[in-house]
Design a protein around this ligand. Structure first.
Ligand SMILES: Cc1cc2nc3c(=O)[nH]c(=O)nc-3n(C[C@H](O)[C@H](O)[C@H](O)COP(=O)(O)OP(=O)(O)OC[C@H]3O[C@@H](n4cnc5c(N)ncnc54)[C@H](O)[C@@H]3O)c2cc1C
Length: 389
């Protein structure tokens, strides 16, 4: 059957390379990992060695200096192949905080090693159990004492901590009642998880709906050298927000990849599965939901390319990035549902990968940003309706 992505030809070489690499990690590979709840180490190593995770790192630091459009194609094609970018995607978007706001010394020290794969920067600690989406209310506190910061607090849902060397941490450095605006007084730190700097950091894995390594983290007088502060103290939230458009666009592309995977699987299965002496695809009751889901993936994909082009041309892209993420997450979820329904009972069998991908793509309605927060952004910042929180 033909390729169903009309944009395939636009980055054909790149897409083919990613598909070739992913073909070495077929469904059985991911199924086995799920059985043992283990991390796709070999897969992430292969992507790193091929240089794909360093796509956004400038050439002067050993990366390939590609644009966000190309980076988004890489993640799209990983998911399009049936694999899961969630094991490693954060390296692409959190690296931007270090690149844009880190000191020349920090960039020289870390970026070439991240680009070569010697170090992994895969974790990003923002969410807290009692704060949730209300990030300005962050309670984890980092107090400056001489040449160190002493951190106390708790984070939750911190992904890939056991498979990374470096982690970005958002913590309050000035109490909320001493800042003029809630958005001030938060700082970002580059935490080297290999270093033993005193105090304690306990990590407790969270079993969850997908095979995703994510954790609760408890800081107890945990020490970070002051030189690991990124940018200026108190400006951390702005640095984090700066990276969010890239994150939205990259996640949208993953959803698009999932969407095409689901549609492709559904149309093939429906064409082969014979019930009542004919392929189930011959019934319009089966065809139409697949065709509708496909139309929605195509539409979301157009907004994703528009958002990525705006980002690459340094134009304001907040609205397009948010719309792309919203539409793509909805389209992939619709496609997931249709694909599962098309497979009937077999959709529930692990060996078909449909139920795994179904669970994986569902996450994007909630993380890294929940749908309501995107709608709220559009309502307030684009449509200029009153602020609700
Ligand atoms: C598998 C997984 C991996 C994750 N990885 C990371 C990670 O690596 N690093 C990290 O920092 N975080 C991570 N997260 C956390 C994720 O970003 C949060 O779960 C997400 O932002 C939502 O926050 P919350 O769970 O606290 O929901 P809450 O803030 O408690 O919200 C619950 C629900 O209420 C809605 N809601 C809340 N307030 C409003 C409002 N005012 N108006 C309308 N709706 C509202 C939300 O949209 C949501 O649907 C991960 C989460 C998961 C599940």
């Amino acid at each position: 059957m033909n390729e169903i992505n009309p944009h395939f030809g636009e980055h054909a070489e790149l897409r083919r390379s990613i598909r070739e690499l992913c073909a070495r990690f077929p469904g059985e590979y991911w199924q086995k990992l799920e059985e043992k709840s283990s991390y796709p180490d070999e897969f992430v190593r292969a992507l790193t060695e091929a240089g794909w995770l360093a796509a956004l790192i400038p050439e002067e630091y050993g990366g390939s200096g590609l644009g966000l459009t190309e980076a988004s194609v890489i993640l799209e094609e990983i998911n399009r192949s049936g694999a899961n970018s969630g094991a490693c995607h954060a390296q692409m978007y959190i690296m931007g905080t270090l690149l844009r706001h880190g000191s020349a010394e920090q960039k020289r020290a870390y970026l070439p090693k991240i680009a070569s794969g010697e170090l992994r920067l895969q974790s990003f600690a923002v969410t807290e159990p009692t704060t949730g989406t209300d990030t300005t209310n962050t309670k984890t506190f980092a107090e400056r004492k001489g040449d160190r910061y002493i951190v106390n607090g708790q984070k939750v849902w911190i992904s890939r901590m056991q498979h990374t060397d470096l982690m970005l941490l958002l913590a309050r450095t000035t109490p909320m009642n001493e800042v003029a605006r809630r958005t001030e007084g938060l700082s970002v730190f580059l935490v080297d998880l290999r270093a033993r700097n005193g105090g304690q950091m306990r990590v407790r894995p969270i079993r969850n709906m997908v095979n995703h390594e994510t954790n609760e983290v408890f800081f107890d007088n945990f020490e970070i050298p002051a030189q690991n502060l990124i940018g200026e103290e108190g400006k951390g939230l702005r640095y984090i927000l700066d990276g969010m458009n890239a994150e939205r666009i990259l996640i949208a592309a993953e959803c698009i990849g999932d969407g095409y995977w689901f549609i492709d699987r559904a149309r093939k299965y429906a064409s082969e599965r014979i019930v009542f002496n004919r392929p189930i695809a011959q019934n319009q009751g089966v065809q139409f939901p697949i065709a509708r889901a496909y139309a929605n993936v195509l539409a979301a994909d157009l907004v994703r390319y528009e958002a990525a082009a705006q980002f690459d041309n340094s134009k304001p892209c907040g609205a397009a990035a948010n719309v792309a993420k919203l539409l793509a997450a909805d389209a992939s979820w619709e496609a997931a549902n249709v694909c599962l329904q098309t497979h009937g009972g077999f959709g529930f069998a692990a060996e078909y990968d449909v139920e795994r991908k179904f669970r994986e793509t569902r996450l994007y309605q909630v993380a890294p940003i929940s749908t309501n927060m995107i709608l709220s952004y559009l309502a307030e910042h684009v449509l200029e309706m009153p602020r609700s929180f």
